[in-house]
Design a protein around this ligand. Structure first.
Ligand SMILES: Cc1ncc(C[n+]2csc(CCOP(=O)(O)OP(=O)(O)O)c2C)c(N)n1
Ligand SMILES: [Mg+2]
Length: 807
């Protein structure tokens, strides 16, 4: 362990006549602290040119002071090291509630005023800067998208380190300085993110410099890492593969010296590891440096308020002096606090940062607020994609058996990876399932990136590769988000049930995208593409724990302008959908597809048209006699529901031949919503043209039925829909039994259709017991044989006039 003890550091060198660089750094830090306190408290009198009055204080005092001085301290020291070594560096604000710090620093370096000219670098601008913070119509209190230089809002703690790694993959010149709260470090995602160093290639990737901000407290508790002996913390971080450099203390002068030394060491170690790997090739995983900054929470703030200690305690977390309006003593305390930074030494009479301090910050795109990596759309290059049509699965007639939809897509993905290899801007992420999800073809073109040890017999592992796999959905999602936010492309593939693990991360990314849409200076980034396979209907071998299609319910709550949900019924549709998703910008695309051998329905040309429309009447599957006037609509969405629907149609066709059936397939789920709710929504006229006005609709849906009812709630014919889907009935059983348990199978669908159609008369009345018999046979057969009945396993779609095979 390297420990740079602020308290015990040797005496500083004699002061030279020229300004001492560390004095300047201290002054810059004071300026950032002053601006931070100003943001939390002031609506006027930004330079304290007159005594602080109640009218200068905001009515609502919001914001987080505790983390802020530490982050200001880190930022100014990073500025120094950037200038000294001409570093390409971004700042990830893990405790994103330190918004005042990133706003203050991007203002001091000039970026803020360039992005928002009304927040000028003078007294008037300062007043606006203070007023807007946590104020109606202003900016949030976190490192939000509004803040230049941020790719990480940090409102929900835990993802900073994964984001930082995502940012530096394939950015060999970039260093992501990542501040991690000691509370944040208790979260699961952060705890696992330390392991990212086993997936970083020193030759082809950049570096992450974690700075664990050990200020000792969270909101109202101590932190675990601050209350274990230092040697235990050191061993923990060492065990995660890092070389921690401790900077500890509270005396500013000594701490500046210690931090400067620590950063010099860290940057020199980073450069050393990179130079070695780039000169001599991979020679094992480096032990990258990191910094542990142990400083008081609320450092430089009020020592005590109303008799309670504040600085260095959890009481400094938010607004430490909370009642300047009701308590004149508090007003004076705030004034004393602000004046303790000696603003008259820092800003001139016009409110501009004095020249010697302004000269400390990097210039141009070296400023962390202006670094183009933090506005990734600026660097985004279109993917070079092969023609997806060239990967078509041949469908001479509907119903031919395919090899598994994701397997067909896998070949396209393999070649997409190849075509973009030189640009190094496409990666595939997944928690250990790329092979199992049917995407194994990518390993013909690339490897999994793995910088830990290897042994003979390992497969598809190399220090650098396009596939990133670690058994942490948080980590994969976080890496991908960081990768996208810095202007690259990617796909996350995941078991459908376990994508719920990152429900909340998806929320945060969707929120980020929504806010960015309102910020013209934030350039569009590539969409977050989530490919869900190993889905609910084909987890029969894993059982109930693996059966959950609810992620799309969750996704559907988000802003329509952000989310897209696709359920391609076959491989050619999947190809068309994925090609579209990989070209799209600023969305979260969720695609649900199967990996098992399954029937294929559409030729590539048909698939392209179908996917472009997002929904369509499959005339070839329905009644050909008078397609314009059906008795019933059999609708389906998802690959298994499509299969069961077509099987139900063939049963009905055989037993109730006079029935006029229309088959509708939905690929783009959002087509069902009203256009007032979602830009993809069908007009009411088109919706009725497809689903009729008043005819029963038997809707077989991949996920929970309630979602369909929610989406079509405004449609006039809503009451005609009878939706079958997953009803939370799951277990280890046969694939077909999964559909039976949830009444999504062909027999239940056919029974429901007949029940809605009294006109089926005698034939209908006779059919229902027959189908119940079938269900009973099925029940008995699978218990005896452990597999589905031959007529289910071998069922094939046949066009009208030909009896379905197996049925
Ligand atoms: C996942 C998550 N859980 C809870 C919170 C509420 N919260 C906001 S700040 C905070 C304490 C953070 O402590 P730490 O990471 O040590 O930050 P700092 O001390 O630098 O403020 C908590 C629990 C949150 N923002 N995110
Ligand atoms: Mg803390």
């Amino acid at each position: 362990m390297t420990s740079l003890q602020g308290e015990t550091f040797p005496a500083s060198p004699p002061v030279a006549p020229a300004p001492d660089p560390l004095d300047l750094i201290d002054a810059y830090w004071r300026a950032a602290n002053y601006l931070s306190v100003g943001q939390i408290y002031l609506c006027d009198n930004p330079l304290l040119k007159r005594p602080l009055a109640l009218t200068d204080i905001k009515h609502m005092l919001l914001g987080h002071w505790g983390t802020t001085p530490g982050q200001n301290f880190i930022y100014v020291h990073l500025n120094r090291i950037i200038v000294e070594h001409d570093l390409d560096m971004i700042y990830i604000c893990g405790p994103g509630h330190g918004g005042p710090a990133v706003v203050a620093n991007t203002y001091l370096e000039g970026t803020y005023s360039e992005v928002y000219p009304e927040i000028s670098r003078d007294e008037a601008g300062l007043q606006k800067l203070f007023l807007q913070f946590s104020f109606p119509g202003g900016i949030p209190s976190h490192a939000s998208p509004e803040c230049p230089g941020s790719i990480h809002e940090g409102g929900e703690l835990g993802y900073s380190l994964s984001h930082a790694f995502g940012a530096v993959f394939d950015n060999p010149g970039l260093i992501a300085a990542c501040v991690i709260g000691d509370g944040e470090a208790e979260t699961g995602p952060l705890a696992t993110a330390w392991h990212s160093n086993k997936f970083l290639d020193a030759a082809t990737d950049g570096a992450v410099l974690p700075i664990l901000h050990l200020n000792g407290y969270k909101i109202s508790n101590p932190t675990v890492l601050a209350r274990i002996p230092r040697d235990e913390l050191e061993q923990l971080l060492h065990g995660y593969g890092w070389t921690p450099i401790f900077v500890e203390g509270h005396e500013p002068r000594l701490m500046h010296e210690a931090m400067a030394r620590a950063l010099d060491m860290a940057v020199s170690q980073i450069r050393g590891h990179q130079a070695a790997a780039r000169r001599r090739g991979f020679a094992g995983r480096p032990r990258w440096p990191m910094i542990v900054l142990a400083s008081p929470k609320g450092w430089t703030g009020p020592k005590a308020v109303d008799g309670s200690k504040v600085e260095g305690t959890f009481r400094s977390h938010q607004v430490p002096i909370s009642d300047p309006v009701g308590n004149p003593g508090h007003l004076r305390l705030v004034e004393d606090w602000l004046l303790s930074y000696r603003p008259d030494e820092l800003f001139d009479a016009q409110g501009r940062l004095i020249g010697t301090l302004a000269a400390l910050s990097p210039v141009g795109e070296r400023r962390m607020g202006a670094n183009p990596h933090a506005n990734g759309g600026k660097l985004l290059r279109d993917l070079v994609l092969p023609r997806f049509q060239d990967y078509a699965f041949p469908v001479a007639a509907p119903g031919v058996q395919g090899p598994g939809d994701t397997r067909v897509f896998g070949a396209f993905l393999r070649d997409a990876v190849r075509s973009n290899d030189a640009n190094r801007n496409l990666r595939v992420f997944g928690p250990d399932e790329t092979l199992s999800n049917g995407l194994g073809s990518v390993f013909e073109a690339t490897t999994r990136q793995w910088d830990a040890e290897t042994v003979p017999g390992d497969e598809s592992l190399a220090p650098s590769g396009r596939v990133m796999e670690m058994l942490s959905e948080h980590q994969c999602e976080g890496w991908l988000e960081g990768y996208l936010l810095t202007g690259r492309h990617g796909v996350l593939n995941c078991y459908e049930a376990f994508i719920h693990i990152v429900d909340s991360m998806f929320n945060q990314h969707a929120k980020w995208l929504k806010v960015c849409r309102g910020l013209p200076w934030r350039r569009p980034i590539a969409s977050l593409n989530i490919l869900l396979t190993s889905h609910v209907w084909r987890q029969d071998h894993n059982g109930f724990t693996h059966q959950d299609p609810g992620f799309i319910d969750h996704v559907a709550n988000k802003k329509a302008e952000i989310v897209r949900v696709y359920l391609p019924p076959d491989a050619n549709c999947l190809l068309s959908v994925m090609d579209h998703c990989l070209r799209s910008r600023n969305y979260v695309n969720v695609v649900v597809a199967g990996k098992h051998a399954s029937p294929q329905w559409l030729s590539m040309d048909e698939a392209v048209v179908h996917c472009r429309q997002g929904i369509g009447i499959w005339e070839w599957a329905g009644d050909q006699r008078d397609p314009s006037c059906p008795d019933v609509v059999m609708a389906c969405c998802g690959d298994v529901p499509t299969l069961e629907t077509l099987a139900a149609v063939s049963i009905l066709r055989e037993h109730v031949p006079e029935l006029r059936i229309r088959v509708v397939n939905v690929v783009d789920l959002m087509k069902l919503q009203s256009p007032s709710e979602h830009p993809h929504g069908l007009s009411d006229a088109d919706f009725e043209a497809i689903f009729t006005f008043g005819k029963p609709v038997i809707f077989a849906f991949h996920a929970y039925p309630a979602l369909i009812h929610k989406l079509i709630y405004r449609r006039s014919n809503h009451g005609c829909f009878h939706v079958h889907g997953y009803k939370e009935e799951g277990t280890i059983t046969t694939p077909f039994d999964m559909t039976v348990l949830n009444e999504l199978d062909r027999f239940h669908l056919a029974i429901d259709a007949v029940r809605q159609l009294p006109q089926t008369g005698e034939a209908g009345i006779a059919l229902i017991p027959l189908l119940h018999d079938k269900l009973a046979q099925h029940h008995a057969y699978i218990r005896e044989h452990g597999q589905d009945m031959p007529e289910i396993r071998h069922w094939r779609w046949e066009p009208a006039g030909v009896a379905a095979v197996g049925g």
